[in-house]
Design a protein around this ligand. Sequence first.
Ligand SMILES: [Zn+2]
Length: 360
Amino acid sequence: MVTREQVLELVDFKGDKHPVISLYLSLSPERLKNRGFLVEAKNLLRVIENNPVLEGEYKRILDFLQTKFDPSSRSIVIFTSPKDNFFQIYNIPIPVKNACIVSREPYIKQLIWLLEQYEKYCLILVDTKKAKIFSIHMGKLVEHTSILDEVPGWHKQGGWSQARFQRHIEQHIYEHMKKVADTALYFFKREQLDRLIIGGPHEIVTHFKNILHIYLIRRFVGFLVVDIEASTQEVEKKVLSLIKKIEVEDDYKLMKRVLDNMGKMAVAGVEDVIGMLNQGRIQVLLVNPELKMKGWLCSKCHMIKTVQKPCEICGRDLEKSGDIIENIIEQNFELSGEVHFLANNKKLKELGSIAAILRW
Ligand SMILES: [Zn+2]
C-alpha cells in the first residue's frame, strides 16, 4: 500500500530536465488470467513507445510487468524517470483509473485520493469472555485477534474508571476488558490506524468504551451491533456498511461547514481556492475527483494561475500545466492541508467542484 510519507517523497521528486512517467494500471482477474493487462499496459505506454529518451523506461516497465509484479494486487502504480534511475512501485488493493502521464514530476492525484479516501479503521469485537481485533483498509477486513495472546495484560491496575465500572460489572470481566483495551491501544498505534469502531452486545460496548485510553476514545467513530461469533463475512458486510454511513455523514458535515462559513472561513471555486492556497491558508480542501483543468504554473515558485501572465513573485513567464487541480492538491498536501474527495456531491458541484475551509 501507500503511506503519507511515501507520497511526500514523491511530491519532492522533480524530474528537472528529465520526464517522469506515471503509470496507473488496474488488474482485474480477467486481465490477469490471460495476461491482458500487458496489452492494456502497452496501449497506455504508446505515448512513450518511440521516444528515444524514454526507451529505457518503456523497457523497464514492461520487464517489471512481465516478470516481477505481485499478482495479488488489484492495481499497480509505477513511477519512473531517467533521472537518478528513479523507479517506484505501489501495489494497490482496489481498482484505479488507468492512465499514463508524462510530466516533469510524478502525477499523484490518484494516490492522494486513495490515501485520503481510505482511512484505516480498527474494529474491536468484545463480550464478557472473548474479543476479536480487526483492521479494515480499502474495503478489506483482516483479523488480528492473535495479538491478544502476544501482548500480556500490562496494566493490572485499573484506571480512574475502575470503581465506577465495577459498580456495574464483575472483577474478572473488568480484567478481561482491560486487557483487550490495552492490546487495542498497542495494536492501533503499531498499525498507524485512524479510526475505531467497537462491536458486540449493546450492554457491553458502552462499558468497554469507558475504559479505553483517551487516545482511542478520541478516535472512536461508532458502535456496531454484531454477535462476536458471527462469521468474518458477516462482520465485514456489517462494518463496511457502517463505515459507508460514517463517511457519508462526514461529507455532509464538511459541506455544512463550508456553506455555513462561506465568505468568512471558507471559499469556493478554483480562483478563490488558488488565492488562499498561495497564502498558505487552507486547512481542508474539498474536491470533486472528476475535476480537471488546464492552467499555468511557475516552475520556480509554484504559483498557480488560470490565465497566462508573468509570475507575481519572480516575474518569470508561467508554463502550461495539464491539470492545475493536480497542482493544487499536491501543494496543499505539501503544506500539510487535508484533502477530501467528494464524488457526486451536488452542493460541491454547485460551488464549482472545489472548496476550502481556511485556517485563518
Ligand atoms: Zn515564480
